[in-house]
Design a protein around this ligand. Structure first.
Ligand code: NDP
Ligand code: PYR
Ligand code: MG
Length: 665
């Protein structure tokens, strides 16, 4: 094929794409790599300059260069190629150095202290396609695709549809007895074949949610250093101060819609896991795609590493993060400020930044500060509030009474506890026209020191002060339960087994149907188990927990415990923001999401003991949540995507990513 023919061919288009992908690895930022090419017999010398992450204007010539590099040719009928720049020379294709394998990277001939360029020159021969997780289909490539994409011989002859691949993988996963093995198998799949990973997750959501999310993700984060294989997500550490913008540019996808970011200081109820908290943004974003339908390439998991105060990790030889104690004060604030500005600069106003598992001494402040300038959402404060309010409202539909007729007691007065309390007070105020301040009087919180009361005011953190009521101080939860007599008891302490038999029996002694929510994650930190809640309340508790529990048999009746987890809310909530082009988050959007979720709970669900709809319908639920949230965004004048679609549910569904394989040309 001559050069012209090559330019017109499909191969040219593929080679060109491939080179654009290669450039980021081969050029230093701002430093061009030059390739000279002599085209045709006229000896016309054309120099191509490639900058990091940029396309050359002369794509036609790129195609020729790439073909030559790929085939090892220095000369073709129409082109003579000269590569300039250290570490990127052409090699003799007949060279036997490096075990007889052609070493176009120059690595095999370099001594150990000789710097080599990390070339990744594998022109779309088909081999790279099989190793590209976004496009790989494994044995589901058709005969036609195998021909068109140079896959002949690289795959065994059999064809396996995506459905059959799914069946096979589910069978393998079910054979692993250890949850962490399932987690690792799922992460490997995500790295190998993204569409199949999401197909499994979407079709088997109830079975696989506990694998990629709580509780197993908690164990994965604790052992992240040991199980670490290929990096996922983007790591930004104190070492990157002054160049976070540049670090963000290293991420391959440029069209980001949602970022989930953590600094690893409060990973579930497991405390400070430093850089190993990365499992959380990775897991949350996989739910954004599977449950909310956001494209995987639009999702960016980030861990900000400012050190860790976890001694065990600091002394762990496999720890993957900075080996220093946490930066605080101005140093921390400066890094976060640089990060937030760089995100806006790189991805614009409308990228959603979800703060996840920050410790409360940073979380409230970051949310307050950046909600004025960015599209930010704190899942632990706001998402949890929305999901718990939905569960309570759904329960009250069947138990009776309005929010204002009930008394709430929380164990745990941090992000989750005060976030939920505030949203309940807001909704109660809207329902009754009573001021939010007065509504707060019906809500009580206990922290690690005891009941939050006025006499403690001087020493309380700011976010606890609104909950300091006039009352005598009570030290223990069980005593607080006995004097406050709550109808709803909510655990948000991160402290496992704190809802003792005495506490639950007390709840059951003055409530026909005590509502008991043990929100803390993972399972080891749950305030009580489902079995304890049902048994100690003699089958009368309405129970839900943050991490899943199996159904419980009590007195010949089967109770199915629901999962009160923000995973019900954030994927649909995020989709609603993205599809309307929201520029700010508003509390009314959280209320809208909550209402949408509560409206999905049926009498049939409730009769089984559920105050949330089953997760297996989550995509439909998310579409409803997204539609309600987007409607609120439009109503509040905070939408930038106009005109407003007529049917928002349909529109939300049409925006959702499908994990089905595509046919390739
Ligand atoms: N199900 C879900 O969707 C969600 C669940 N969670 C879970 O909730 C838990 C708490 O998260 P978050 O609010 O962000 O954490 P925070 O650290 O912000 O708050 C924890 C609160 O619990 C209190 N506390 C800790 N130990 C005890 C104890 N033994 N007795 C009484 N109170 C105690 C703390 O008291 P003090 O202030 O005195 O230190 C603090 O008020 C975590 O396990 C997390 O996994 C969080 C978000 C969503
Ligand atoms: C679910 C969640 O966000 C948490 O436990 O932190
Ligand atoms: Mg969280």
């Amino acid at each position: 094929m001559d050069t012209e023919g090559f330019h017109r061919s499909r191969c040219h288009r593929r080679y060109r794409r491939q080179l654009v992908a290669i450039i980021p690895f081969t050029c230093k930022p701002g430093i061009p790599r030059e390739l000279s090419i002599k085209v045709g017999g006229k000896g016309e010398d054309r120099r191509l300059r490639f900058y990091r992450g940029q396309r050359s204007s002369s794509s036609a010539s790129i195609a020729t260069v790439v073909r030559c590099i790929a085939t090892g040719e220095r000369k073709t009928r129409n082109a003579e190629l000269v590569m300039e720049s250290a570490g990127a020379e052409m090699v003799d294709p007949k060279s036997t150095v490096g075990g007889g394998v052609q070493d176009i990277y120059g690595e095999d001939r370099a001594t150990e202290d000789h710097l080599v360029a990390p070339w990744g020159l594998s022109v779309a021969s088909g081999y790279s396609l099989l190793r590209d997780p976004h496009h790989n289909k494994g044995l589901a490539f058709t005969e036609k695709e195998r021909d068109a994409h140079y896959l002949r011989g690289l795959l065994p002859p059999a064809y396996l549809s995506q459905e059959l691949q799914e069946k096979k993988l589910m069978h393998i996963l079910r054979q692993y007895q250890v949850p962490l093995q399932r987690y690792m198998a799922m992460m490997d799949l995500q790295e190998r074949n993204e569409k199949l990973f999401y197909k499994l997750l979407v079709d088997n959501v109830e079975e696989l949610l506990p694998v990629v999310y709580t509780p197993t993700v908690g164990e994965a984060c604790q052992k992240y250093g040991s199980i670490f294989r290929r990096p996922q997500g983007l790591y930004i550490s104190l070492k990157d101060k002054g160049r976070i913008h540049e670090v963000l540019r290293n991420w391959p996808s440029k069209t980001i819609q949602v970022i989930v970011v953590t600094d690893g200081e409060r990973i579930l109820g497991l405390g400070d896991l430093g850089c190993q908290g990365m499992g959380i943004p990775v897991g949350k974003l996989s739910l954004y795609t599977a449950l909310g339908g956001l494209r995987p390439s639009a999702c960016l998991p980030i861990t900000i590493d400012v050190g860790t105060n976890n001694e065990k990790l600091l002394n762990d030889e496999f720890y993957i993060g900075l080996r220093q104690r946490r930066a605080t004060g101005q140093e921390y604030a400066d890094l976060m400020e640089e990060f937030m500005s760089a995100v806006k600069q790189n991805y614009g106003e409308k990228v959603l930044i979800q703060f996840e598992d920050f410790a409360n001494h940073n979380a409230f402040h970051l949310l307050e500060k950046y909600s004025k300038s960015h599209l930010v959402f704190n899942d632990d404060i706001q998402g949890t509030a929305s999901v718990v309010l939905a569960g309570v409202v759904a329960a009250l539909k069947f138990v009776g009474g309005n929010l204002a007729d009930h008394t709430f007691l929380f164990l745990g007065a941090g992000e989750a506890g005060t976030g939920i309390a505030e949203l309940i007070a807001l909704e109660m105020s809207k329902q009754t026209n009573i001021s939010v301040e007065d509504c707060r009087e019906r809500i009580w919180l206990v922290d690690s020191k005891g009941l939050i009361v006025k006499s403690r005011n001087e020493f309380l953190q700011t976010f606890k002060k609104p909950w300091a009521h006039e009352h005598e101080f009570v030290r223990d939860l069980s005593d607080a339960v006995k004097v406050i007599k709550p109808t709803v008891l909510i655990g948000s302490s991160g402290a496992g087994r704190t809802f003792t038999q005495e506490v639950i029996e007390a709840m059951a002694s003055f409530n026909e149907k005590p509502i008991i929510l043990a929100l803390s994650n993972p399972t080891s930190q749950s305030e009580c188990t489902a079995e304890e809640a049902y048994t100690w309340s003699k089958g009368r508790a309405i129970f839900a927990s943050g991490s899943p529990f199996n159904p419980v048999e009590y007195n010949g009746q089967t109770f199915i415990p629901g999962q009160a987890n923000n995973a019900y809310i954030f994927p649909g909530f995020g989709l609603g923001l993205v599809m309307s082009g929201a520029i700010r988050v508003h509390d009314d959007m959280l209320l809208a999401a909550s209402e949408a979720l509560a409206s999905q709970v049926t009498k049939e669900n409730f009769e089984k003991g559920l105050i949330y709809p089953p997760f297996k319908n989550i995509r439909k639920i998310s579409a409803h949540i997204a539609a309600k949230v987007a409607a609120k965004v439009y109503d509040l004048g905070l939408a930038s995507r106009l005109p407003r679609p007529e049917d928002l549910v349909k529109y939300a569904e049409s925006c959702m990513y499908s994990p089905a394989y595509r046919q390739y040309r």
